[in-house]
Design a binder for this molecule. Sequence first.
Ligand code: GAP
Length: 463
Amino acid sequence: MDFSQNIISLTKRRGFIYPSSEIYGGFAAVYDYGHYGTLLKNNIRDAWWRHMVQLRDDVVGLDSAIFMHPTTWKASGHVDSFDDPQVDCRKCKSRWRADHLLEAFGINADKQPLEFINVELDKIRHEKKLKCPNCGSADLTEAKRFSLMVKSNLGSPTDVLSEDNVVYLRPETCGGIYLEYKNTIDTLRVKLPFGIAQVGKAFRNEIVARQFIFRTREFEQMEMQYFLHPSIMKEKYDEWKEARWKWYLEYGITESDIRWYKHEKLAHYASDAYDIEYNFKTLNGYKEVEGIHARGNWDLSQHGKFSGQELTYTDEKTGEKFIPHIMETSVGLNRLLFMFIDKAYNEEDVKGETRVVLKFDKRLSPVKVAVFPLLKNKPELVAKARAIYESLRPDFMCEFDDSGNIGKRYRRQDEIGTPYCVTVDFDSLEKGGVTVRDRDTMQQVRIGIDGLRSYFKDQFDRK
Ligand code: GAP
């Protein structure tokens, strides 16, 4: 088994990530999150929210619905042109993204027209190098456009096939932010420049290569749209780029793990677009985790036009009336979770044995403290350990474990990234101290039971 397979299999074995609908044979590119995956996801979401909303004066929150008026996606251009170039294998019927096939030959076809893609594919075809990555057949179709929009229907069940009832599951969360721009201005005490942040599900009919949870059909996005006067776009864009970069460093990602990728080909309304790319061990290289985009005033202009509503802003000081421009930060929560697991995963040799350990930033760890009695069959140790566990759990996500031997319990906690394990032994009964073992150093210190809460509070104190 290779390293990346070890990481992926750990996430299932230890209850982080399960393939969706597994008892029915699975469901392509959809995943479920088990207990530890859910806790980790919540912690990453909270860390994002804290920096994007809680610690700022100029960003407010939103939780808009997944179902939106279908015209939303007409106005945004998604219904007509949110698509990927697709190539089918006639032999094994698998489906591939043409730009990804070209990428393997060093050709950047990102957002290129179909004509360009088919010319490049033909060149490779002529060299007899174009093969289906699944079965090796050369019998591949031309590239065609494939819409990423996921359709559903609302309304009368007898009319399910009627186009009138079609609704789209949102392909990005920012659509809801644009539609609530007016209510936010009218109801909250916000003045330009300000941002609206939200976290929520998004859905895309992705043509998926095997990349685990990197690209899925249902995922969560964390997006922030910053509304501003165009004259300060450059200044705010640079500020947000720096703020987002620092967020990664704050949570254990190093300068050498990430890099900027500048988009050369921009949408006609955009003036700048950069991605933060992380160097995934699991995917053998740098891949996009977050996009930071200067989007002009395209979004509000389009929604103003299609809805007939006025989405302008009047500057109180100058009296200038204009449609605000938008600077967005957009990141996939699931993709960040993948990044943090990829970064945290370590295999270490400890006295001739392999120790697998997830060295998350302690604040992101799913479980903060595990409490063990040294021996399971000594009721007084079990009762003491249980009492310590009960006293810590209101403040920290804790786990109690008295199964197997102590070594096995440490291994289990290492594999889910628990930073501290507390062991109650016979000395604890007599003298009132416990051992606290540190995940990263494996060093143990003796702490008085009464001081445990404040000891852990110090350890997890935010910077
Ligand atoms: N509103 C802008 C927007 O949605 P995007 O580049 O399409 O931009 C932003 O997506 C981020 O959302 C990506 O950088 C990625 O982290 C995440 N994302 C996009 N598609 C995804 C998918 N199919 N599965 C998981 N995450 C995805």
